[in-house]
Design a protein around this ligand. Structure first.
Ligand SMILES: [Zn+2]
Length: 247
């Protein structure tokens, strides 16, 4: 009701900040904590084709996988402590906003379709070799008709000694299932439950990334938290791929 009122009565620029304020009050509590917008909440909202609970922040819209990555970037990488150049591929608006405001980060975002600072195809990025200290790329590789060119490009634009933090939907089967060619929306919907997906990765993803040149570490970061903190921070059980370009 109140959100309808905002929509009808106020200019767009003010709607968003008042909507956030209203939602902070509406969902206020002590059981959940969104680390990206720093809201203390009583719950996270469900999300997904098959709805999973405890997923989306009702204030900023950030999902469980982004909160997991945020914690990882904050606790396990120098992203927030050193001067770093970061390329955020397919930027999620709220995460992009937070990262771009960090004074130590030279932030750039890029995507072909989403709102980003640079319009670009990940399979042919408009950057020189060795341009960035770090890349962040969440749930993109599984959405590409071909993933190998994107992996090679990510390797190319990283500086030696740089790293990429990559997420894909949980991959536990032995072998990646690629969409057959020619691929149609119906085939992909049938195979993966989502017409936007071109493959479901298996544990051979690490090998595919190594082919591009990366030194790959698969991190089960979710399991490093207690059950209580997994729930409190609204985290997803999904591996983080830390890709290093050696010097
Ligand atoms: Zn939030």
């Amino acid at each position: 009701m109140f959100e309808e009122f905002l929509k009808n009565m106020l200019p767009k620029a003010r709607q968003s900040s008042l909507r956030r304020l209203w939602r902070r009050v509406k969902f206020a509590g002590s059981r959940r904590h969104c680390l990206v917008c720093n809201s203390r909440l009583r719950l996270f909202l469900p999300h997904g084709v098959v709805q999973r609970p405890n997923a989306v922040c009702p204030v900023c819209g950030v999902r469980d996988r982004h909160r997991l990555a945020w914690l990882y970037l904050q606790n396990e990488t120098p992203l927030f402590t050193k001067r770093m150049s970061l390329l955020h591929i397919a930027p999620e608006p709220e995460v992009a906003k937070k990262l771009s405001r960090c004074k130590n980060i030279d932030y750039l975002s890029g995507d072909l379709y989403l709102e980003a600072k640079v319009k670009m195809d990940i399979c042919g990025m408009p950057f020189d070799n060795c341009s960035f200290d770090m890349l962040y790329c969440s749930h993109v590789l599984n959405m590409l008709p071909e993933d190998a060119p994107a992996m090679r490009e990510m390797y190319r634009v990283l500086k030696p000694g740089g790293s990429a933090v990559v997420q894909v939907p949980e991959a536990k089967e032995l072998v990646t299932v690629d969409s057959p060619w020619p691929s149609t929306k119906q085939v992909r919907k049938g195979l993966f439950g989502d017409k936007a997906m071109y493959r479901r990765y298996g544990i051979d993803l690490g090998g595919r990334l190594e082919q591009a040149g990366f030194n790959v570490t698969v991190v089960d970061y979710f399991s490093r938290f207690t059950r209580a903190d997994q729930m409190r921070f609204g985290l997803i059980k999904e591996d983080i791929y830390l890709l290093l370009k050696e010097r």
